[in-house]
Design a protein around this ligand. Structure first.
Ligand SMILES: [Zn+2]
Length: 412
């Protein structure tokens, strides 16, 4: 009897270990939603195609300039959409659990285990709310008032499952996506079909990440996986047709996950050799946070380059300029509220974000001695200016009519 009980306990622990160590205990819903939108929403498709070409161009420049990024900080707000339980019970997870989950996320993005690369992107729970008031970055709302939420959780838009309407849940609590990365912690997604899903970077009111409360933990592989999607990473097995065939592999920048150091594979292939190809470092895919394999433990340099390129352009770029964590990515300013320059200090590129009324304005970059170094015209609300050939030091960036608006820019 005792032996049987022990055996049952061992089996239960093995199953539990398997679930804990697996990147995705149950499927991630991102692909499903993305494919649906690509097919049905032409504006969405256009945004993704545009972003893809921007990210590819920046990635190429990074490679040419050997860009080393600074540490970028992303303000995060966590909305806990619970079922009316007391704090710390059931889906109404505690502040400490959330803080530890964000710490675990940062550990994975900073390569805490030394097995991958440091993405140099960190996440901070917001310390200032959209009105400038102090906050711990956590909002709690009873979601049981929304129809079908208690029974089946949230339904990602376009999915046929019978949970609550996604936008009704997100409308309970959301902060501007230009200043915060929104994470909604929910009781369930599609009655347990998914553990998480994220929006690719397209902005809008509902951009962000949805994760079930049981996966919002310090050891979660789901959280870094979904944040990876949120910063434009695809699955390492992208293009396998749902574990059907090896992804096309003729141009690693344009096939599969569009990343060159993650060999293409099928979702279910996680063994010691990759049946799809012998090229590349197989461990980079089978142990990747963006796979569905067990024992995930790394992001790669190629994924980092793509994430950092994504952070340089809209809609994620504005997060670097947010006051959400009580700091701002700019160094000195003449209190201009109509344009901003970031990151600052910069290495090779600066991103200039301007109010629409400044489109067509000229800009000038002066060196310390007042000599004009660069000049040009602002043609987009988000303009990237290359500083690659300039030597390190302090420059003055001026913009607008009579060049009255100016920032100091530090080139490292
Ligand atoms: Zn996924």
């Amino acid at each position: 009897m005792k032996t049987t009980l022990n055996l049952i306990l061992i089996i239960i622990s093995l199953v539990f270990f398997q679930m804990q160590s697996k990147g995705q205990g149950v499927e991630c819903g991102t692909d499903y939603i993305h494919k649906n939108q690509m097919q049905t929403d032409s504006a969405y498709r256009k945004q993704i195609v545009t972003l893809e070409s921007q990210v590819e161009a920046i990635t190429q420049k990074q490679a040419n300039n050997k860009l080393r990024s600074s540490l970028y900080t992303i303000p995060v707000v966590v909305h806990v959409i619970h079922l009316g339980e007391p704090i710390g019970t059931g889906s109404n997870i505690s502040d400490i659990q959330i803080q530890e989950a964000i710490a675990g996320l940062n550990d994975r993005f900073s390569n805490g285990n030394g097995l991958g690369v440091d993405v140099e992107l960190e996440f901070c729970l917001a310390s200032k709310d959209p009105n400038g008031n102090s906050t711990n970055g956590i909002n709690r709302v009873d979601g049981s008032i929304v129809a079908n939420y208690s029974a089946n959780g949230i339904t990602p838009t376009g999915n046929p499952c019978s949970g609550a309407i996604e936008t009704d849940i997100k409308d309970l609590s959301r902060w501007p996506v230009s200043d915060y990365y929104n994470i909604w912690v929910v009781s369930e997604i599609c009655n347990g079909a998914f553990v998480g899903y994220a929006s690719y970077p397209v902005g809008g009111l509902y951009d962000g990440l949805v994760i079930v409360s049981t996966s919002m933990t310090s050891t979660s592989g789901t959280l870094p996986h979904e944040v990876g999607h949120g910063f434009f990473l695809y699955h390492t097995f992208s293009g396998d047709g749902g574990n059907v065939s090896c992804p096309v592999d003729t141009n690693c920048l344009m096939n599969g996950d569009n990343i060159c150091d993650t060999p293409p594979h099928k979702q279910g292939d996680c063994g010691t050799t990759n049946p799809c190809t012998l090229a590349g470092v197989w461990d980079n895919s089978r142990y990747n946070y963006m796979s569905y394999c067990p024992l995930v433990n790394r992001f790669t340099q190629g994924q980092k380059d793509r994430i950092i390129a994504t952070v340089m352009v809209a809609p994620r770029a504005s997060l670097l300029n947010s006051l959400g964590c009580g700091t701002v990515g700019i160094n000195e300013s003449s209190s201009s509220d109509i344009f901003s320059v970031f990151p600052n200090p910069a290495h090779s590129l600066i991103n200039v974000k301007v109010d629409i009324k400044l489109l067509g304005s000229s800009y000038v970059v002066y060196d310390n001695a007042g000599k004009i170094i660069l000049k040009g015209i602002i043609t987009s609300e988000d303009t990237i200016i290359e500083l690659g050939t300039l030597s390190g030091g302090i420059y003055l960036f001026s913009l607008g009519e009579n060049l009255k608006q100016s920032f100091k820019v530090i080139k490292e």
